[in-house]
Design a protein around this ligand. Structure first.
Ligand code: FMN
Length: 214
């Protein structure tokens, strides 16, 4: 699959068939994940693959309860709270697999490394016709001692990217993006900003700045 096609076709998938995903395919996804860059090539990531429906359900239930009780992620959004209070709302969207990617918290770039691995995994899944979605709402509970124990991760691990995987069912939203906000820092202290939230016009700092604006 062309890279651009994979980038554009990878969308958050929130409806899945119950078809099992083979261990071989899951290994291939993780095989793609580990070719992500990592700081000093330390490859600190670890993967927990959960396919047990009872464990998936427990992760949802515990995560929901935790958020509703203490709002630890600071989601002061009544809509999200309403959603989470609905017993019919499934945080893992009925996906048959959850791959949790984490790394030792003492690694300075554990978050960056894990997130890079997650993106590789999601792009590879797209190539396979599989749907994925990062489920941030289960992150906090997975990082509790109980959550880490469920994933069989040692307490030193920080779970960064819980990614659901499955065969998509139903419509996949097309996605949308804002114009990127870019500041171009060119030369002689001159800069120029474009995209959303960009100020209308930046004054050049130097006499010659305006000559070199893109
Ligand atoms: C850090 C992070 C946390 C996310 N958490 C959730 C989540 O808890 N539940 C969910 O349904 N989608 C979640 N998403 C998916 C985003 O909502 C989705 O990527 C975004 O709306 C853009 O859509 P797209 O992935 O189709 O381009 C998360 C994505 C990221 C990167």
């Amino acid at each position: 699959m062309e890279l651009w096609v994979a980038i554009m076709e990878r969308r958050a998938v929130r409806q899945f068939s119950q078809a099992a995903i083979s261990k071989e395919d899951l290994r291939t996804l993780i095989g793609a994940a580990i070719w992500a860059p990592s700081a000093m090539n330390r490859q600190p990531w670890r993967f927990a693959v959960v396919t047990d429906p009872l464990v998936l359900q427990a992760i949802e239930t515990k995560s929901k309860a935790r958020i509703l009780k203490s709002d630890p992620q600071g989601i002061r959004n009544p809509e999200i709270h309403k959603l989470l209070s609905d017993p019919e709302y499934h945080l893992l969207h009925g996906a048959p697999v959850l791959i949790a990617i984490g790394a030792p918290e003492r690694e300075k770039w554990c978050i960056e490394d894990s997130a890079m691995a997650a993106q590789n995994l999601m792009l590879k899944a797209t190539e396979f016709g599989l749907g994925t979605c990062w489920i941030g709402l289960v992150q906090d509970w997975l990082n509790t001692p109980e959550g880490l124990a469920v994933l069989r991760f040692p307490p030193s691990i920080k779970v960064v990217a819980p990614i659901i995987v499955g065969e998509p069912a139903g419509q996949i939203a097309g996605g949308s993006r804002k114009e990127p906000n870019i500041v171009w820092i060119v030369s002689e202290g001159s800069h120029f900003q474009e995209g959303h939230d960009a100020p209308k016009m930046e004054q050049p700092h130097t006499l010659f700045g305006e000559l070199i604006h893109p």
